[in-house]
Design a protein around this ligand. Structure first.
Ligand code: B3K
Ligand code: ZN
Length: 882
């Protein structure tokens, strides 16, 4: 590991590259104990960079340099440091050839070229290409690539890279294939795969009639789990043509599944590399949630072909240009494929719980950050999810037509370029005529804005006034904020739940019953006229901006909105607010050592929902789901995780007892339909199973024998993982120790050879609220299916425990914190990216009471002093302690 001082990189220091690389010709010679990489770079001085011939500094890390040849002649007059190869060119244009030796077989960081099981694969984004060869490893250097891959024919029958195969040959026991990518790309989109892989093949005919070969490559035992990803890919390709007018551009599109992967997947040009968890899915081994995740990630990576690859980022500060936009695109796709309201509810719940916490913590940064030490730490919820909300607000403000005009203009104007978030917004301005200068503060100011709203009805003048007051808390490096442009979608409901016409004073006509208003001042009012009675406002419909809105609703008003609002999202939201109020009361009761009592009116409201058979079942399942512990912690001033857990458990218990009959009826009915229906990975079936399993989870809390029996039957006889796993989870959280342990053992025995199912098995135990969860996690680390080398295993056991098992992780003796710090110290040496990610729960120390703060800080300090920190871990730890 490097010993040098971590360096801070600033957006303000951006300069265009001194040199360009027009062509990149790579040759890989793969061996078991090393790999040789030859690179021939056809380079020239960048005309946009000024006069003279500055020193050429190529990025490179952990490379053993074997030779340098400049314009055909061996060249020795170069300098090497830990991160660069520097030399002085003597012409405007030149060809540079290097040869290096690298060691993929011992690359545990899973960045650059590495081995996963018996295959070779790459991960280059953001700065992994410099671990493969000396290069200008920055996204604004775009080049045409050819790649020759050579290896043992027997071990590596499949040799892949970007683009189209153009030549192949044999050399004794070895063979080679050369690939050519006809599109210019930055090095981060480079990919190589070699292995004994099987593939599922299909084709797609594009809107202009071109036939594209589609291939999904997997290890042979997974060949039966590719169909869902293939179907998802074809749906994505069609959707992007229909909704964005984007056609695929190569003759072949490949996906490869690998087991050891730091994140979900990677959009390398024509050769996407996926974490196997984001590709493989079939009824017997993957839940509905896993199927939906595969569909969403396949779509996301495919959509990057335009939003990311054809038009890429100028520098890594612009990451949200491609990520925020692509998340927005994949969310709209998922909404179209499934229930749009449920998708929105899930996304908002996730954003409010996790991104809002990030925005309020020590790592808070703007959607376009100003500086970083390690770019890998900035693949964040802010850049992705809040970035997507920012694009969503543009969509809301412009309307769908002008937005589409804007994206067309953006793609056309910048095809083949590396551009900035400003360029994206400019295309939106040019397509709509709107001035988005103030709107752009969403890119530069961190923190979650607050919008306090009050309403005043004047019966005399029949006017209703909404008063808005916005503010935004200070974040690291940004003490003061200027007002944001906040699009507030709203309706005003009369006593029957009908939308009243929204007629602003001073305007000639109403805007209809639902409209979007831009709130762009610190204090602002909207006066509506011709309002016959005091309305109930339905505010921020569909969560039209990523903010914290408050309105002094009475309980009656919330119950009314929960039942009457025509905006499905706000129906859910009203129920959540009511539940939050009641849970906050219960948390205080637990803290005072009183019996926590759930609000009876919430129970009645849930009962009414359960009786309503016209309500979408997925929506019903969402509405019955109480706010998560993590969310209750996020909105608390001082979070008390044990009280939060106890209060929420008590609330769930009370709901289960009070609504037993309705839940049992809905459960039995849906279970019977599931029993008679073959598994289908489609929306209506997801909905039925979601309600069935939500009901089962409540019912099991009553500990009634008929429920236990039904749960065991579901676990033992269901033909799909969704039902089996839901039953297992309910058992694991139950006090039925014998049944629980038998089920866990049976499950592990049955799925011992399926690593993805075993991940689920680890997680369900790591997140169990039962006592001694930490001890169980510690003992599971010794299980034969567990290894710290595999990121999925780390996430399934350690990440799930520290991130989701609040009662276990925050136990009073601080053992949860010590455990996590120890794992981070271990992982720092082998996989810094994963180590830094796992740290997140400790970075939230300011949320807790003083004793916990001390314990958590002490662990952060212990990590800091453990020596030899990677830049990844160093950055997170130091910023957290600052
Ligand atoms: N672009 C990749 C993420 C790369 C992360 C590098 N540390 C996946 C995605 O967002 O599509
Ligand atoms: Zn992405």
């Amino acid at each position: 590991m490097s010993t040098k001082q971590p360096r801070v990189i600033h957006l303000a220091d951006y300069q265009v590259p001194d040199y360009l690389i027009d062509e990149t010709h790579l040759s890989f010679d793969l061996h078991e104990d090393h790999t040789l990489v030859q690179a021939r770079l056809v380079m020239r001085r960048n005309p946009a960079a000024g006069d003279g011939l500055p020193v050429l500094m190529l990025d490179g890390q952990d490379l053993e340099l074997l030779s340098v040849v400049l314009d055909g002649k061996p060249f020795l007059d170069y300098q090497l440091d830990e991160d660069h190869l520097s030399l002085q060119p003597n012409a405007e244009a030149f060809t540079l050839e290097t040869q290096v030796r690298i060691h993929p077989e011992s690359n545990t960081a899973l960045e650059g070229l590495y081995q996963s099981g018996s295959m070779f694969c790459t991960q280059c984004e953001a700065e992994g290409f410099r671990k493969i060869t000396y290069y200008l490893d920055r996204p604004d250097v775009m080049s045409l690539f050819t790649t020759k891959v050579k290896g043992e024919r027997k071990r590596y029958p499949v040799l892949l890279s970007n683009g189209n195969p153009i030549a192949q040959g044999e050399e004794g026991s070895r063979h080679w294939v050369t690939w050519e990518d006809p599109f210019k790309k930055p090095a981060y989109l480079f990919a190589l795969v070699a292995g004994d892989l099987w593939c599922v093949e299909d084709s797609f005919t594009t809107c202009s009639g071109r036939k594209v070969a589609l291939r999904i490559y997997v290890e042979p035992e997974n060949i039966d789990k590719c169909q869902h990803a293939m179907d998802s890919l074809k749906k994505s390709m069609r959707w992007d043509e229909e909704v964005y007018g984007r056609e695929y551009d190569l003759d072949i599109f490949m996906i490869v599944a690998v087991n050891d992967f730091n994140m979900g997947a990677m959009e390398n040009k024509g050769l996407n590399i996926f974490n196997s968890s984001a590709v493989l899915a079939k009824a017997e081994t993957a839940t509905d949630a896993a199927h939906q995740r595969v569909e969403a990630i396949v779509a996301h990576e495919y959509f990057h072909n335009w939003s990311g690859n054809r038009v890429t980022c100028r520098d890594w500060f612009q990451l949200s240009l491609k990520e925020g936009f692509t998340v927005f695109r994949d969310a709209a796709f998922s909404a179209d494929m499934n229930s749009a309201t449920v998708k929105r509810i899930e996304d908002v719940a996730f954003l409010r719980t996790h991104q809002f916490a990030e925005d309020a913590g020590p790592m808070a940064h703007a959607v376009r950050p100003e500086s970083f030490i390690e770019i890998s730490n900035f693949y964040t919820l802010t850049v992705y999810e809040k970035g997507s909300e920012v694009v969503g607000m543009l969509h809301t403000l412009l309307g769908p037509k002008a937005f589409r005009k804007g994206t067309d203009l953006y793609f056309e104007r910048h095809d083949g370029q590396a551009v900035t978030c400003d360029d994206f917004v400019k295309a939106m301005e040019d397509s709509s005529g709107l001035d988005l200068t103030q709107f752009k503060r969403w890119y530069s100011q961190a923190g979650t804005p607050r919008l306090a709203v009050t309403g005043q009805y004047d019966a005399q003048t029949k006017t209703y006034t909404l008063n808005f007051s916005q503010s935004c808390p200070a974040t690291p490096g940004q003490p003061e904020k200027l007002p944001f442009v906040i699009p507030v979608a709203l309706g005003l409901l009369d006593a029957q739940g009908q939308e009243l016409p929204l007629h602003l004073a001073g305007e000639s006509a109403p805007r209809g019953g639902h409209a979007v208003f831009s709130i762009d001042q610190a204090e602002q009012s909207l006066v509506f006229i011709n309002i016959p009675e005091e309305p109930v406002p339905s505010l921020l419909r569909g969560f039209s901006a990523p903010i914290k809105l408050s309105f002094p609703y009475t309980q009656d008003q919330l119950l009314f909105l929960m039942q009457q609002d025509s905006d499905g999202f706000n129906r859910w939201e009203a129920g959540q607010q009511l539940a939050v109020q009641s849970l906050q009361t219960m948390i205080a009761q637990v803290q005072r050592k009183e019996t926590p009592i759930l609000n009876q009116r919430l129970i009645q409201a849930y009962d009414a929902l359960l009786q309503d058979t016209s309500l979408d079942q997925a929506m019903l399942a969402e509405m019955l789901n109480l706010p998560a512990e993590a969310y209750l912690a996020e909105i608390a001033t001082v979070a008390d995780p044990l009280a939060i857990h106890a209060a929420r458990q008590a609330a769930r218990q009370a709901i289960a007892e009070a609504l037993f009959d309705s839940l049992w009826l809905r459960y039995q009915h849906n279970r019977e339909v599931s029993r008679q229906t073959p598994y289908v990975a489609e929306s209506e079936h997801f909905a039925r199973r979601a309600l069935q399993n939500a009901a089962l989870s409540y019912l099991m809390l009553t500990e009634r024998p008929e429920v236990l029996a039904a749960c065991l039957v579901q676990f033992q006889t269901a033909d799909n993982m969704t039902e089996r796993f839901a039953a297992l989870a309910a058992l694991v959280q139950s006090p039925f120790e014998a049944e629980r342990e038998t089920a866990l053992a049976d499950f592990a025995h049955e799925f011992k050879d399926n690593p993805l199912v075993m991940d689920q098995w680890f997680s369900v135990q790591a997140t169990s609220p039962l006592a001694r969860a930490l001890e169980r996690v510690q003992s599971l680390m010794g299980h034969s299916a567990f290894t710290l080398k595999n990121p999925n295993k780390v996430r399934a056991l350690i990440g799930a425990f520290a991130g989701q098992n609040h009662a276990g992780f925050h136990r009073v003796d601080g053992a949860g914190y010590r455990f996590l710090a120890d794992r981070v110290i271990e992982l720092n040496g082998s996989n810094p990216q994963i180590a830094a990610r796992q740290l997140t729960p400790l970075t939230k120390w300011r949320k807790y009471a003083p004793e916990r703060q001390q314990q958590m800080k002490a662990e952060l300090e212990r990590i800091l002093n453990s020596g030899n920190l990677s830049p990844d871990v160093y950055e997170v730890v130091t910023k957290s302690l600052a």
